[in-house]
Design a protein around this ligand. Structure first.
Ligand SMILES: NC(=O)c1ccc[n+]([C@@H]2O[C@H](COP(=O)([O-])OP(=O)(O)OC[C@H]3O[C@@H](n4cnc5c(N)ncnc54)[C@H](O)[C@@H]3O)[C@@H](O)[C@H]2O)c1
Length: 395
C-alpha cells in the first residue's frame, strides 16, 4: 500500500468541494483543480466558509483552525502541473465519459509512477475510464454521497483492472476522511456494475413507484392519498420525494437503468408528461404538488388525505431484498451486512436484509404477485432470495 500525503481533487463543484474539505480535515495537503480560476476560487471559498462554521462550533478538534487547514490547500487550473506532486487524484468533474477518460490519461501521463486515479462517477464504467490511460491498474472508483461531509458512506470500487495495491490504498484513504454525522462507512465494491451497491439496490423501487403513479392517475386518486400510504414511515411520501429530487432526474435515472439493467425501468407516463410540460417538481415549484408556498402546505394535505391503499412499504422492502441478492449473486458485494450497512450510511435508512432474513418466503410471494399484477418481470424473485441462500453470505 502506498503512502498518501498529497490529495488532488479534480473538479471544484458540489462534490469536489466537499471531498476537498474532508480531505483537509483528515490532514492531507490538498490541491483543488478546475478549468477556470473562478470555479476554483468559488470552491475554495465555500470550503473556507464550511471550515469556519465548524471551527466556531468547536468541531474541528483541539488546536485546529480553519486558517491552519486552508494553508494546506493549493488552487490550480493546470492539472498537468498540479498532478506532479499528487499521490492520489479524486476526480469529481462533470459526468461525461470523454472528459473523465481525458483527465485520467493526463494524470497518468504527468503524475508520479505511483499516483492513483479515483473516480467519483455515479454511473460510468471505471474500467472504461482507465482503459486507455496507460495505467489502468492504478484506476478505481471512490463514490461519495451528497453532501460529502454529512453522508457517512463511501463506496470504493474495483474495475476489471484495478490492482490490489490501488484498491487497498483507496480503501485506506477513504477510511481517514472524517464525517460530521458519525463514523465513516467504507463499502468495498468488488466488481463494477450499474449503481454500484446503494443506488443499485434502491433503483428498482422506482419501477414500482412509477407503476403506483400511473395506476393512481388511472383511478383518479389524489397524489396526497399516495403519500398518505407511507403513513409517516418515510420522511417524505413517494410523490413528494419525486418532486423534491426532481422529476427530470427520476426520468434520467430510470433511463440509465433501462439501458443497463432492464426494459422494465421505463419511466412512468405521468412523470414523462409533467416533465414535457416543464413541471420538474420543487425546483420549478410545480410537479405532483404546487411548491410555491413551501413544504408546509403539502405536509398538511398529506396528513388530511385518506390513504389510497396502493403504495406499500413492504413491497419496496421485498424489491430491495431481491436486488440486494442480485448484488450478492453477481459478486459485487461479498456479504449482506455490507449492503445493509452501506444503505444505512448512504441513504440514512435500513437495508432490507434484517427484515428479509425472517421474511424471505413472504417476500418471494409478494414479488411473484407484484410481477403478475404489474407485468414487470424484473420483480420476479431470484433463486438466491427465494431459497434464503443469501443468509449464508453474511460477510
Ligand atoms: N451531485 C451528486 O449528488 C453526486 C453524487 C455522487 C457522485 N456525483 C458525481 O460527481 C461528479 C461531479 O458532480 P457534481 O455534482 O460535483 O458536479 P458539478 O457540476 O457541481 O461540478 C463539476 C465540476 O467539474 C468541473 N470540470 C469540468 N470539466 C473539468 C475538467 N476537464 N477538469 C477539471 N474540472 C472540470 C466543472 O467546472 C465543475 O466545477 C459527477 O461525476 C457526478 O456524477 C455526484
Amino acid at each position: 500500500m502506498s503512502e498518501v500525503k498529497n490529495v488532488l481533487v479534480l473538479g471544484a463543484g458540489q462534490m469536489g468541494s466537499g471531498i476537498a474539505q474532508v480531505s483537509l480535515m483528515a490532514g492531507y495537503n490538498v490541491s483543488l483543480v478546475d478549468i477556470k480560476q473562478e470555479f476554483v476560487d468559488k470552491g475554495a471559498s465555500g470550503i473556507e466558509k464550511g471550515l469556519k462554521k465548524l471551527e466556531s462550533k468547536g468541531k474541528l478538534g483541539e488546536g485546529v483552525t480553519a486558517d491552519n487547514l486552508m494553508a494546506k490547500l493549493t488552487k490550480s487550473i493546470s492539472l498537468e502541473d498540479a498532478v506532479k506532486s499528487a499521490d492520489i487524484v479524486i476526480e469529481a468533474v462533470v459526468e461525461r465519459m470523454d472528459i473523465k477518460k481525458q483527465v485520467c490519461k493526463t494524470v497518468m501521463d504527468n503524475g508520479p509512477d505511483h499516483v492513483i486515479f479515483a473516480s467519483n462517477t455515479s454511473t460510468m464504467s471505471i474500467t472504461e475510464i482507465g482503459k486507455d490511460s496507460g495505467a489502468p491498474e492504478r484506476v478505481c472508483g471512490m463514490h461519495f454521497f451528497n453532501p460529502v461531509a454529512l453522508m457517512r458512506c463511501i463506496e470504493v470500487i474495483r474495475s476489471d483492472d484495478t490492482s490490489d495495491e490501488t484498491f487497498e490504498t483507496a480503501m485506506a484513504v477513504a477510511e481517514t476522511l472524517p464525517c460530521l454525522r458519525g463514523a465513516r462507512y467504507i463499502a468495498p465494491v468488488l466488481k463494477e456494475g450499474p449503481g454500484f451497491i446503494v443506488n443499485r439496490m434502491n433503483a428498482p423501487v422506482n419501477i414500482y413507484i412509477g407503476w403506483v403513479f400511473d395506476t393512481a392517475k388511472e383511478k383518479g386518486l389524489d397524489w396526497a392519498q399516495i403519500d398518505a400510504d407511507a403513513g409517516g414511515k418515510m420522511p417524505m411520501g413517494p410523490c413528494e420525494l419525486a418532486d423534491y429530487v426532481g422529476l427530470d432526474t427520476m426520468i434520467h435515472t430510470m433511463n440509465y437503468y433501462k439501458e443497463t439493467l432492464s426494459e422494465d425501468f421505463e419511466p412512468p407516463q405521468v412523470v414523462k408528461d409533467m416533465v414535457e410540460n416543464g413541471n420538474l417538481g420543487a425546483k420549478t415549484e410545480q410537479g405532483f404538488y404546487d411548491w410555491s408556498q413551501g413544504r408546509e402546505g403539502i405536509k398538511a394535505k398529506v396528513k388530511a388525505a385518506e390513504p389510497a391503499g396502493l403504495f406499500n412499504l413492504e413491497k419496496s422492502m421485498a424489491i430491495m431484498l431481491n436486488e440486494g441478492c442480485r448484488i450478492l449473486d453477481e459478486g459485487i458485494a461479498s456479504g449482506y451486512k455490507i449492503i445493509d450497512d452501506a444503505n444505512m450510511a448512504g441513504m440514512n435508512s435500513p437495508g432490507p436484509f434484517g427484515w428479509g432474513k425472517k421474511n424471505f418466503e413472504k417476500a418471494a410471494q409478494i414479488l411473484e404477485e407484484l410481477a403478475d399484477e404489474t407485468g414487470k418481470d424484473y420483480f420476479r424473485p431470484i433463486e438466491l432470495m427465494k431459497s434464503g441462500g443469501f443468509k449464508k453470505m453474511r460477510k
